[in-house]
Design a binder for this molecule. Structure first.
Ligand code: TRP
Ligand code: SF4
Length: 418
């Protein structure tokens, strides 16, 4: 999966690798060869890690149902930094996934103190961006979704304060609403499986969201009635919380199986088949039958001035309402991977892989792989100098933003606040 277009492939960031192995996240290369075609966010090294993405890749390959869900906190205007995860969602929907977008207004209100009216205003803009990128699927605002909030309550029966403290460092001073917004996100991630049907679900996020993913995976498991495990020569179906009639039904479904007080041992058979059958029985007895959700982790696009891209630092990013002149100025003022002097740069070449402008091109502005490779090659070889490169990038960004504004305009009518 390491193409020449992946600027990080030769020196994968040690920090990321360490983080991953600490938390049990797998490098994305471990699903190599399953997807019929690699999307550019994988080929270009933007998506770097995953949990259980294999089941999603297989669902795509085998044309089986799956869900894709992510969320946006409406704490400011959407900007360039949000586009990558939106594109990931759109791509998965194009591969056959059922799309879900949650506007995390409860979180914005609880954690960032954003007034509800602002949550609506920003939330609508996020949805407009998604539609502008070609999104098809469901959307909702957390605070308006009764079924979601009921699911959050159900999920809350499986989480206690010490777990929140361990995962998030919550203290005695943490507002209860903050805890509520956490459990609402857990419900978000499980929601597609109650709104539509239980199926593998992938949640594309940045690494900062992994605590939520871990918590949710735990809750999904705890809300199951059964666990199914492969043992030597048989499959063990264990009741954690199943009504006796449900366990009895598992037993009757498999002639030759043995029933004990809280488990049934099934000789032979395939674990996936038994899992599917047990899930069906669980659901028919009022259980959730959740699949443990999967996730992918992407790198963040750097801010135009280096550092983080964030709406709280206006120079670091570009929103879609800014006038052309401001857009051009921001690109022209961006940090580059250029050398101290022209002579040095001609001789040694620039450092595209550390250059915010190159990464802006890589993330969003140059779709064609060979065109991007050519920019990188000319930069490395000292042929392309930053002044010229900035001008060319500014033109691309302007063309992109103009087109994107039009598309947002054209999709405004699709946005629903519900
Ligand atoms: N907490 C996320 C953020 O800060 C937003 C969010 C809410 C989310 N619910 C989600 C992300 C579900 C992924 C999945 O941006
Ligand atoms: Fe970055 Fe372009 Fe300068 Fe290379 S030439 S360092 S890609 S701005």
């Amino acid at each position: 999966m390491q193409t020449p277009m992946n600027p990080w492939s030769s020196q994968p960031s040690e920090d990321i690798e360490k983080l991953f192995s600490m938390f049990g996240i797998e490098p994305i290369g471990s699903i190599d060869g399953i997807l019929p075609t690699n999307p550019s966010f994988i080929g270009r090294g933007v998506v770097v890690g995953h949990r259980d993405y294999r089941v999603i890749a297989e669902a795509i390959r085998d044309k089986k149902p799956f869900h894709i869900l992510t969320g946006f906190m409406p704490s400011g205007h959407p900007h360039l930094g949000h586009l990558m995860v939106m594109k990931e969602v759109v791509w998965h929907v194009q591969q056959g996934g059922t799309g879900y977008i949650t506007v995390a207004d409860r979180e914005a209100h609880a954690v960032r103190d954003i007034p509800w009216r602002k949550c609506d205003e920003y939330g609508k803009e996020y949805l407009q961006c998604l539609y502008a990128l070609g999104y098809h699927g469901k959307t909702y605002f957390q605070s308006r979704n009764k079924r979601l909030l009921d699911l959050a309550f159900e999920a809350a029966t499986r989480v206690n304060f010490s777990e929140l403290q361990a995962i998030y460092g919550f203290s005695d001073e943490t507002a209860l609403a903050h805890a509520e917004s956490v459990i609402t996100q857990v419900a978000d991630i499980l929601y597609p499986q109650i709104e539509s049907m239980p199926a593998p679900t992938v949640v594309p996020v940045g690494i900062d969201q992994d605590p939520h993913i871990r918590l949710t995976r735990g809750v999904a498991h705890k809300l199951r009635m059964f666990t199914v495990e492969e043992r030597e020569g048989y499959i063990s179906v264990r009741s954690k919380d199943a009504p006796p009639e449900a366990l009895e039904e598992v037993y009757r479904r498999y002639p030759g199986s043995k029933k004990y007080e809280a488990h049934v041992d099934i000789p032979g058979g395939r674990c996936v088949d038994v899992s599917a059958e047990v899930r069906r029985i669980e659901i028919s007895h009022g259980g959730f039958g959740f699949f443990t959700p999967s996730s992918t982790y992407h790198r963040f696009i750097p801010g135009l001035q280096g550092g983080k891209m964030s709406s709280s630092v206006p120079e670091s990013t570009i929103t879609f309402t800014e006038p052309d002149e401001v857009v051009r100025k921001k690109v022209m003022a961006a940090l580059t991977g250029g050398r101290a002097t022209l002579a040095e740069q001609k001789e040694q070449g620039g450092e595209p892989d550390r250059c915010p402008l190159f990464l802006l091109n890589l993330f969003h502005m140059v779709e064609d792989d060979s065109e991007l490779a050519e920019i990188r090659r000319r930069c490395l070889g000292g042929e392309l100098l930053c002044g010229q490169c900035k001008k060319e990038t500014a033109e691309r960004v302007l063309a992109f933003v103009r087109d994107f504004r039009e598309k947002m305009e054209a999709s405004a009518h699709m946005v629903k606040v519900e």
